[in-house]
Design a protein around this ligand. Structure first.
Ligand SMILES: NC(=O)c1ccc[n+]([C@@H]2O[C@H](COP(=O)([O-])OP(=O)(O)OC[C@H]3O[C@@H](n4cnc5c(N)ncnc54)[C@H](O)[C@@H]3O)[C@@H](O)[C@H]2O)c1
Length: 272
């Protein structure tokens, strides 16, 4: 059901790789809720045929940009304002990549070049985007920026290796920049800490399938889907959450506040 929560609003949505991507669902929902936006992804990662389908469906234009490049991000924000007819109201940062995870390198043996690449792509890219947007004064007052993160930033999940540290940095950037952008332009910045979700980035993690089932058994509401996550992001882009900023918001069916569930106790054979 659509409520026109984003009627008249414009934005930039990063990270829609294929229809499983969380960003893909956010784009579909934002369109349903009346927003106009530009889609972007890294030129090398972008599957043009796929993203074109989403662009056609949502009446959007695509501007390729590597989120590690300040120059390409400057082009993205400048062009987006031209296409959308002025300053924008929301940005989705949905970018994550760890070569260490891809290559299944354990945490205690991380390759530091890969580690730095992961930091650059998955955390510094948020800082760069915000710095570019601020310099160009590209975001309207009360605009909203949301970046996606995972709870390994707070608690240890061994298979998440360097992405745990990188997400901690992403969340810190969101708080720190949230202060400065809030004071100067009333722009809001939050991170959404999402349940394990079956996407390209998610399923690349060692043991993801088993962990997905475990999280599903712990969370009182079960794992939140990509579509649920998109709905939550829409509320954060809307005016209904105007005073929410600098927060890390758990969107995980209650997983983060559950120690253990009856279901898991039963599964491991501990019953009354
Ligand atoms: N899937 C999960 O279990 C899960 C859980 C919590 C948080 N997240 C986070 O959600 C976000 C989106 O991931 P997803 O699960 O939808 O997977 P996904 O693989 O569909 O999306 C990741 C996106 O990052 C893009 N990207 C990679 N390098 C880039 C670069 N240099 N410049 C621009 N874009 C680049 C990829 O092209 C891709 O579109 C990530 O930040 C991820 O860490 C995912």
């Amino acid at each position: 059901m659509a409520y026109q929560l984003l009627k008249g609003k414009t934005g930039i949505i990063t990270g829609a790789l294929d229809e499983n991507s969380i960003a893909w669902k956010v784009a579909e929902k934002a369109h349903e809720e009346g927003a106009r936006f530009v889609l972007t992804n890294a030129p090398i990662a972008m599957r043009m045929g796929e993203i074109k389908k989403l662009a056609d469906k949502t009446g959007s234009q695509i501007i390729p940009a590597d989120a590690t490049s300040t120059e390409e991000l400057t082009h993205l924000f400048t062009e987006s304002q031209q296409i959308l007819g002025g300053k924008i109201d929301f940005v989705l940062h949905s970018i994550g990549m760890s070569v260490n995870i891809r290559k299944k390198i354990p945490y205690t043996e991380l390759n530091y070049d890969y580690y730095q690449k992961g930091i650059d792509v998955s955390a510094l890219s948020l800082h760069k985007m915000l710095a570019v947007a601020m310099k160009l004064d590209a975001i309207n007052e009360w605009g909203s920026v949301v970046a996606l993160t995972y709870m390994a930033a707070q608690r240890t999940f061994p298979f998440y290796t360097d992405m745990a540290d990188i997400k901690a940095m992403l969340e810190s950037i969101s708080r720190s920049f949230g202060y400065h952008y809030g004071v100067s332009k009333k722009v809001r910045i939050n991170t959404v800490s999402q349940s394990p979700t079956k996407t390209t980035a998610g399923t690349g993690i060692k043991g993801f399938g088993d962990f997905f089932d475990y999280a599903q058994s712990i969370a009182p509401l079960g794992n939140a889907s990509a579509e649920d996550c998109a709905n939550y992001c829409i509320t954060l882009f809307s005016d209904l959450t105007r005073m929410v900023t600098m927060q890390n918001l758990f969107h995980d069916g209650g997983f983060s506040n559950t120690g253990v569930s009856d279901l898991v106790m039963n599964k491991i054979g501990i019953t009354e």
